[in-house]
Design a protein around this ligand. Structure first.
Ligand code: HEC
Ligand code: HEC
Length: 292
């Protein structure tokens, strides 16, 4: 799988005009998760290992639950280890926590359920299921020695300055064609080898759904600025990151599973903020329109 990706990257890696001047924004992490070689033995170790497999190869290990072509590690890079890419070692000690998204205090398992429902456009494994326990075990193990009750540096994405110009679809399209299309496809569809995701889809039927965190232009801009282009991080300006996020999140994708039957009502209830393009008209198309 990794080899397939590197072969593909090698085959494609005539990266377009990129200036190498910008500096990376990610600070050194406050915490180092244990190396893979330290993974414990025995039944607990087996759960950790299963969790890592689910995290890296979600479409295989959670087949039948996942409803798209996204692996957890497509968005939480380096199998949930990378600081500034919403790493699991920083997330695990931060729960239970209140979330405005579902208006209740969530434990870590409930937070995982949210990523299945929206980012994976999937079914929701029950709390205490083998799937959730394995992901909890993996994240708990990654957080070995981390303090609780303190926000770890490297959690989530690094904050990104506001854009100097309002984010622009047209400018984002230019950024996309020059810096992203090579890997993610001219139409954001991603690239696959033997049915496995090598470059994840950014929009369309195989991508995350309208309810997902990456569907927020702000989250997407922060993620992209800190983590993309893969292998050339630091080459996009702040404005380019906002523009390309605006472009990416202005395309059709699977319906929000909380859809009430009306796009306007669903927007009013769940997307009433300036970072969601759901329910907006772009190029004459009402985003979020049911396709059937
Ligand atoms: C399409 C991208 C994407 C995929 C795929 C994805 N996530 Fe996420 N995940 C996000 C984003 C964006 C956030 C943070 C934004 C938010 O709060 O909604 C997040 C947040 C999280 C958090 C909370 C992090 C914290 O610090 O509080 C956990 C835990 C998590 N994801 C686990 C998973 C797991 C497990 C999977 C696979 C089953 C997964 N994610 C798949 C994008 C994704
Ligand atoms: C050299 C290939 C390459 C380039 C160029 C590239 N990406 Fe990615 N991108 C990846 C890979 C690979 C992943 C998944 C990382 C993983 O699984 O370890 C990814 C993940 C992502 C994700 C999270 C996963 C998802 O489906 O939402 C987003 C968003 C994203 N890229 C946006 C962009 C944008 C925007 C650009 C251009 C500014 C870009 N990428 C350029 C290879 C690339």
């Amino acid at each position: 799988m990794h080899q397939a990706r590197y072969a593909l990257v090698a085959g494609l890696l005539v990266l377009p005009t990129i200036s190498l001047a910008a500096t990376p924004t990610v600070q050194p992490p406050a915490f180092e998760p244990p190396p893979r070689s330290a993974m414990p033995a025995g039944p607990f170790g087996a759960a950790v290992k299963l969790g890592e497999n689910i995290f890296r190869h979600t479409t295989v290990y959670a087949k039948g639950i996942v409803g798209n072509a996204q692996n957890c590690s497509n968005c939480h890079l380096d199998a949930g280890r990378l600081a500034g890419s919403s790493p699991m070692w920083a997330a695990y000690p931060a729960y239970p926590a209140y979330r405005s998204k579902n208006r209740k205090v969530n434990n870590f398992g409930m937070r995982l359920q949210g990523c299945f429902r929206f980012s994976e456009n999937g079914k929701v494994p029950s709390l205490g299921s083998k799937m959730i326990i394995a992901l909890e075990a993996y994240s708990y193990w990654l957080a070995t020695g981390a303090p609780t009750g303190a926000e770890l540096r490297g959690r989530g994405y690094p904050p990104l300055a506001a854009p100097s110009q309002p984010p622009s679809y047209a400018a984002g399209q230019v950024v996309y064609q020059a810096n992203c299309a090579l890997c993610h496809g001219a139409d954001g569809q991603g690239q696959y080898v033997r049915g496995q995701t090598v470059f994840p889809p950014l929009w369309g039927a195989k991508s995350f759904n309208w309810g997902a965190g990456m569907g927020s232009v702000k989250n997407a801009a922060e993620f992209v600025h800190a983590n993309m282009p893969f292998g050339a991080v630091g080459t996009l300006s702040v404005q380019q990151a906002w523009d390309v996020a605006q472009f990416m999140d202005s395309h059709e994708r699977p319906q929000d599973p909380r859809f009430t039957g009306s796009v306007a009502a669903t927007r009013a209830r769940f997307h009433d903020n300036k970072y969601s393009m759901y329910g907006k008209v772009v190029n004459g198309h009402l985003l979020g329109s049911p396709t059937h």
